[in-house]
Design a protein around this ligand. Structure first.
Ligand code: HEC
Length: 133
């Protein structure tokens, strides 16, 4: 999960002709490939079904719908504000900066942290418009 996009950047920097002849797919973050599996694996053990904590169900079918453009139950922020990582409560909960914006509870996942590269990928996905791609 580390170094998203690095092979692609190295390729662009190193061998421009190779990039032109072979389309580069690792450039951006894909929700389906990079973000969804990470959230389901680390979060859905608790965040599943109608009794999900904080009303947030993160099972695969609903994970995008329940995050993007949806108001947080713990704060006045959106869970994910497309193209605006700084206005996305999800990132705050992952970084432990949620209390600063009037949020509640503990950093997610409780008692642990996602890898900085994983949080970086989520930030990049949000900055890119939080697409369901
Ligand atoms: C061990 C169970 C557990 C796990 C695993 C877990 N959560 Fe939570 N989550 C909770 C509980 C309980 C709350 C409500 C209390 C709190 O915030 O501390 C919560 C609240 C939240 C909220 C606030 C929702 C809102 O609308 O304000 C977000 C966002 C969140 N979790 C995201 C995640 C993410 C993303 C992961 C995985 C990286 C995750 N959680 C993993 C139990 C869990």
């Amino acid at each position: 999960m580390k170094a998203f996009g690095i092979p692609c950047v190295a390729l662009v920097a190193g061998v421009l002709s190779a990039v032109l002849s072979a389309p580069c797919h690792s450039e951006g973050v894909s929700f389906a490939r990079d973000i969804k599996p990470m959230l389901v694996q680390n979060c859905a053990a608790c965040h599943q079904g109608v009794n999900s904590p904080a009303g947030l169900d993160l099972l695969p079918k609903v994970v995008h719908t329940n995050l993007v453009g949806v108001r947080s139950t713990q704060s006045a922020m959106l869970r994910v504000a497309p193209s605006a990582p700084e206005r996305s409560y999800l990132l705050r909960k992952l970084e432990g900066a949620h209390l600063e914006v009037g949020g509640q509870g503990v950093t997610m996942p409780p008692g642990a942290r996602l890898d900085p590269a994983q949080i970086g990928a989520i930030r990049q996905w949000i900055a890119g418009g939080a697409l369901n791609d």
